[in-house]
Design a protein around this ligand. Structure first.
Ligand SMILES: C[S@@+](CC[C@H](N)C(=O)[O-])C[C@H]1O[C@@H](n2cnc3c(N)ncnc32)[C@H](O)[C@@H]1O
Length: 482
């Protein structure tokens, strides 16, 4: 009977998925857990709780976890909450019984009214990013989260972070929560208060990282992990188990004391953790400051080949050399002509000083600006820049770095720039802290390019589908030995 219901659930889920666009589902965080994974997570939870436990599923969708729980024990008392009326209806029709109650509500409205506490939570919460949340939603979620957990989240936190903290607050003392959440939460800055909460207020028991190339959802571009949390103050010898690869038979298991974990700012890559402090304490930031390149607001409008600008009648006086996008630029070095323009590229940026009023500009420049398409003119950056056409030019950096990639072999490239060309925000620039000779800069660039790929990847963060990124601060924290 239950198997029949599970088949019916999968059919309804497929119908729902095919009638909603990827964009819509992204915004609302509607990606269902594959049944086999839901079952593996439910079995792990079962090993940690009583078989007649009260279990909350705070955003149950069609009920993959509920189906899995019911297949393991018929003594659980389950409460499922779901905001979407269609998903709720499916779950209600399939699973509702004396032992299983399905509620059609927003989880946070439900949490604010429910006084019951639960033995366990099992959840794959919506991963909606912060820019899909309105200010009033953020305000409400954030107040509730602070009431339930004492943690104050930054406005950059996604919906899943509020679910995790509020949900944990709804557990009984010693209750357990199993959370399928994006792994980046354990490396990004806004996750820092959560990492502190999981090591100092409650106890992280296990965290399982799936391999980035092995996405858990066919349709969501997110690398996931499972965090298993016990609502219990940690003792001085509490530790968490980090597992990697397959959830049920991990290829690697590492045990880390919570006290040590609370001092680590990134939890995504601790496979090789030994507890030993690194002996080489020199980092790139001892030598360089890393800064983002400029955000033009529209590269297609403000950056064009230099000769095309000349054909428009716009002279070099109003132009600055700029490097093309890393997607089209694959060289390891940029050399310069006598006037500082790169020899390897002819990209030029429209470079109008802030002090130039429109009426003072030469007529070809004015004519070009007049042709700026409405869509570009109304973009966020241009609307907030005064004057809208003056980008402000970053100094050229002697070493620049590509900081986004999916490659395992060469995740990030360091390029030696001998020209005056500046760069867009598709690069990070490295600016020496003290004066450095050309030879020292050449050596440094070579050293940076010889940093092993895994060190670069571990120094940054990894998103869904294997997308890797290095933020300026992470770049400056890379270990270097000169
Ligand atoms: C990532 S899906 C997971 C569904 C289900 N837990 C599973 O594992 O298959 C998240 C679910 O949360 C629902 N949801 C989004 N915002 C919610 C909210 N504020 N309260 C309750 N449910 C919500 C979505 O409609 C979606 O069904």
């Amino acid at each position: 009977m239950r198997n029949k219901n599970e088949l019916a659930r999968q059919k309804e889920q497929e119908l729902f998925d095919s009638s909603h666009s990827q964009e819509e589902r992204n915004e609302r965080g509607q990606f269902a857990t594959p049944y086999s994974l839901a079952l593996a997570i439910a079995k792990d939870l079962f090993s940690r709780i009583r078989k007649d436990a009260s279990v909350l599923e705070p955003s149950c969708g069609t009920g993959a976890f509920i189906s899995a729980l019911l297949s393991i024990s018929d003594q659980f008392r389950i409460t499922g909450v779901e905001k979407d009326p269609r998903l709720y209806k499916t779950a209600q029709e399939l699973w509702s019984s004396d032992a299983c109650q399905i509620i059609n509500n927003d989880f946070f409205d439900y949490a604010s009214m429910e006084s019951r506490q639960f033995d366990a939570i099992i959840s794959n919460p919506p991963y909606s990013r912060h820019h899909h949340l309105s200010l009033s939603e953020k305000h409400f979620y954030s107040q509730l989260t602070t009431n339930f957990s004492g943690v104050c989240l930054s406005g950059l936190a996604g919906l899943h972070a509020y679910f995790l903290l509020t949900g944990t607050g709804m557990l009984k003392e010693d209750g357990v929560g199993s959370w399928l959440i994006p792994s980046e939460l354990f490396s990004v800055n806004y996750g820092s208060p959560i990492r502190k909460f999981l090591t100092q207020t409650v106890s992280l028991e296990r965290i399982h990282f799936f391999d980035p190339e092995n996405l858990q959802f066919d349709d969501a571009l997110v690398t996931s992990c499972v965090a298993i949390i016990r609502k219990k103050k940690p003792s001085s010898n509490s530790s968490a188990v980090f597992t990697y690869g397959d959830f049920q038979s991990p290829r690697k298991t590492v045990t880390i004391p919570l006290q040590n974990l609370s001092n680590l700012s990134k939890w995504q890559h601790l496979e090789d953790y030994t507890g030993q402090a690194k002996t080489n304490s020199q980092v790139l930031g001892d030598y360089f400051k890393a800064k983002r390149g400029i955000a033009t607001g529209s590269n297609s409008f403000f950056i064009r080949p230099r000769n095309e600008w000349h054909e428009e009648g716009i002279s070099d006086e109003w132009l600055a050399p700029i490097l093309p996008s890393p997607r089209t630029f694959h060289l390891s070095e940029v050399t310069s002509d006598e006037s500082g323009w790169p020899q390897e590229s002819n990209s030029a940026l429209l470079n109008i000083p802030k002090s130039s009023s429109y009426s003072e500009l030469p007529s070809p420049v004015r004519k070009y600006l007049d042709r700026c398409p409405e869509k570009i003119r109304n973009g966020y950056i241009l609307r907030h820049r005064t004057p809208w056409y003056s980008i402000g030019r970053a100094d050229s950096a002697p070493i620049i770095c590509t900081y986004m990639s999916r490659s395992e072999k060469t995740p990030f490239r360091f390029i030696r720039n001998r020209s005056n060309a500046t760069m867009t925000n598709t690069y990070l620039g490295l600016y020496p802290q003290t004066s450095m000779s050309d030879i020292e800069l050449d050596n440094m660039c070579e050293t940076l390019n010889s940093i092993p790929a895994d060190v670069l990847i571990k120094g940054g963060r990894e998103y869904g589908g294997g997308l890797k990124k290095l933020e300026p601060r992470e770049l400056m924290s890379l270990p270097v030995s000169l």
